[in-house]
Design a protein around this ligand. Structure first.
Ligand code: AMP
Length: 360
């Protein structure tokens, strides 16, 4: 269901999911005089601390979802694994943005790659895998190295295994739990970049500058703007972001991950939500990706996405955040901590945006 009219200050955004992305969205909404009601199964969540209302229940609790829907003016989500049935539940009751189609496509890596390829955009060569036999056929076709990924529910390198010259295929398939999978040819790339774009209900689009992303152990480590890529590649990447958002009739912020290599730009995947590689916008732009998402889904004019500073965003994982006092003392840096009490290794505890005056 589409939004019937722009939501004035005082309206309430419903957010499915209660992690740091929901938290930062709620903070951005508060700045515009909008409230948030967070719905999630987990107790003691980062987003609950900063929102006026929250509901703790499962995503299949139809009674709780119905109560939630009655208290909010629009529903969004901060993670892409919201069950399709939950998204469908809101149909006809309250506006949902991004819509159920973007969610469904993003949830299945084969559908996602097929959709992107159908737009004439280059993706890694891929094949669907359902059993060991067609895994062997796919490896014979795509060659080694290749990457085997579960079709659904993978993130930060989970549910993935690289298939090298010596990798035993049965063991690789077992390592991902013999789940329906995608095999992707291994792309040799120079850089990973991403496009953070916002699209409104009326089709207006705003695209941020392109960050260059470095991962460590499959988790984003830094995002740097500007990326060290040509102006032509930057514009091409932004255009791909616009095209994907338009083709999905998307509303909200979308994060599109890409590889830059000798063969040009390849799209890896998109996230139907605000994205970790867009966190630098909180300090290097007047309107952050979180505020932009709020503006888009609430039918407001989109904000100016231009960047007033160069920036390096560094994720603070696990014990990194224990250095908060030192980080907080850094000049020209924005520190963001997510209010998580337990610092498990690899857990995203916060991030810091280190700014320098804009060079170009
Ligand atoms: P993903 O879960 O698809 O975001 O993949 C996680 C990371 O694995 C990416 O950020 C890349 O660094 C790497 N990766 C994913 N797919 C490929 C591929 N087809 N070829 C080479 N590296 C890849």
């Amino acid at each position: 269901m589409r939004l019937q009219r722009p939501l004035p200050p005082g309206s309430t955004i419903g957010i499915l999911g209660s992690g740091q992305l929901g938290r930062m969205t709620a903070l951005a909404a508060a700045r515009l005089g909008l409230g948030c009601h967070i719905y999630a199964p987990e107790r003691n969540s980062p987003a609950f601390q900063v929102a006026a209302a929250h509901t703790v229940s499962t995503y299949d609790d139809l009674a709780a979802l119905a109560r939630f829907a009655r208290t909010v003016d629009v529903v969004t989500y901060e993670f892409e694994n919201v069950p399709a049935a939950t998204a469908a539940f809101f149909e006809g009751k309250v506006a949902l943005a991004p819509g159920a189609r973007a969610l469904a496509v993003a949830q299945d890596r084969v559908d996602e790659k097929s959709f992107i390829a159908s737009l004439g955009i280059t993706v890694a060569p891929f094949a669907a895998v359902t059993d060991e036999e067609n895994l062997a056929m796919a490896v014979a076709k795509l060659g080694r190295p290749a990457i085997l990924k579960t079709r659904r529910l993978g993130y930060d390198g989970k549910g993935q295994v690289k298939i090298d010259t010596a990798t035993d295929l049965a063991a690789a398939f077992a390592a991902i739990g013999k789940a329906p999978a995608i095999l992707e040819g291994y792309v040799s790339f120079d850089k990973e970049i991403s496009v953070i774009a916002a699209r409104g209900w009326d089709g207006e689009v705003a695209v941020y500058d392109v960050p260059e992303n470095v991962h460590r152990h499959h988790i984003l480590h830094t995002s740097t703007v500007p990326a060290r890529i040509s102006a032509a590649i930057t514009e091409e990447a932004r255009e791909l972001g616009r095209r994907i958002a338009a083709a999905l009739d998307y509303v909200g912020v979308i994060g599109v991950e890409m590889f830059v290599g000798a063969q040009g730009l390849l799209v890896n995947e998109f996230a139907p939500r605000v994205h970790n590689s867009g966190h630098w916008t909180m300090d290097a732009c007047l309107v952050s990706q979180f505020e932009q998402h709020v503006r888009a889904i609430c039918g407001w004019p989109l904000g100016d996405p231009s960047r007033h500073s160069d920036a390096v965003m560094t994720n603070l994982l696990g014990d990194d955040a224990a250095l908060w006092a030192r980080l907080a003392a850094e000049p020209y840096a924005g520190l963001h901590l997510y209010g998580k009490t337990e610092a498990r290794p690899g857990r995203k505890m916060g991030h810091i945006n280190r700014l320098t005056p804009r060079q170009g």
